[in-house]
Design a protein around this ligand. Structure first.
Ligand code: RIB
Length: 297
């Protein structure tokens, strides 16, 4: 079984700041670093580093060719990435504060220029049982999900960054929801206002009975739930310097673990360890550990 991550590739401009810039404020940053990023690229790198046979599909401009090298260095097959001549690569302006938290301004660029023909040309190389991993940073998600479902692929959705477009997707086709509490409560809408943790995971399962849910809860860890079992996973404490891509690392290592035949409990544990390493390093993709560092065999 192989995994296709059809998702964003970004150039991340990361500024170190004392605090996030406020309305009307002009703030100086003494440090700018440029990293490879994008939730799609990050998750592909995490999947490959977790040991999965990983293919990335998406679009970049000519200015983003170095992102292909980063993916290839991590062992990701990039043959399905389209390089567009007239559109620039997506980018993110990231503020990283003293606590290691971040806030992100995204420009979609080539990530929003995905076509249905491109999706068809990529998906014809995948079949029943292969995994498809999606986030919410490219266009044509509904089309990609419909076609992947027809092919019998297992669909993993990380609905991040959350917006109103997610509700318009064929969410009944999702096999694995990878989300945080805010995303879960927004998918569920009004009736779960105020619900947290396990109740939100239950709410998703009540609505999408055939799926599995992995809900991340920050310092409270994460929970896996499907119709048969519930598994809770604490976080591994770490010195946080930058949380960028920690969630992507978790997603990639969890799904990578499942693809390698780990049990759900083992995959949750490995994902949690990998994310705890990612937060101790700056940047998105460069912060993602490999299998050896995570200490998994
Ligand atoms: O999840 C982190 C990613 O979000 C960053 O790499 C940035 O590009 C944005 O897509």
């Amino acid at each position: 079984m192989k995994v296709l991550c059809f998702g964003s590739l970004n150039i991340d401009y990361t500024y170190k700041v004392d605090h996030f810039v406020k309305k009307g404020e002009t703030l100086s940053s003494g440090s700018l670093q440029v990293f490879s990023g994008g939730k799609g690229l990050n998750q592909s790198i995490a999947l490959a580093r977790a040991g999965a046979e990983t293919y990335h599909a998406g679009s970049i401009g000519e200015d983003g060719r170095f992102l292909l090298e980063q993916l290839q260095d991590a062992g990701v097959d990039t043959r399905y990435v389209t390089v567009l001549e007239t559109v620039r690569t997506g980018n993110a302006i990231i503020q990283n504060d003293k606590e290691g938290d971040n806030c992100i301004l995204l420009y979609g660029g080539a990530n929003q220029a995905v076509t249905t023909d491109q999706a068809d040309a990529v998906l014809e190389h995948f079949r029943k049982g292969d995994f498809l991993v999606l986030q919410n940073e490219i266009n044509e998600l509904a089309y990609i999900m419909e076609r992947a479902h027809e092919r019998g692929m297992k669909i993993v959705l990380n609905p991040s960054p959350m917006d109103e477009k997610i509700q318009g997707l064929p969410l009944g086709y999702v096999d694995y929801f990878m989300l945080n509490e805010i995303e879960a409560s927004q998918i569920l809408g009004q009736e779960t206002r105020g619900a947290e943790g396990v109740d939100l995971a239950k709410g998703i399962l009540d609505r999408f009975a055939d799926s599995a849910v992995v809900l991340t809860m920050g310092e409270h860890g994460s929970v896996y739930m499907d119709s048969r079992e519930t598994i809770t996973q604490p976080v591994y404490p770490a010195e946080t310097v930058d949380t960028t891509a920690a969630g992507d690392t978790f997603t990639g290592f969890f799904i990578g673990g499942i693809l390698r035949g780990l049990t759900i409990r083992q995959a949750m544990d490995m994902a949690s360890k990998a994310a705890s390493i990612a937060v101790t390093r700056r940047g998105a993709a460069p912060s993602i550990p490999d299998l050896q560092e995570v200490g998994a065999s």
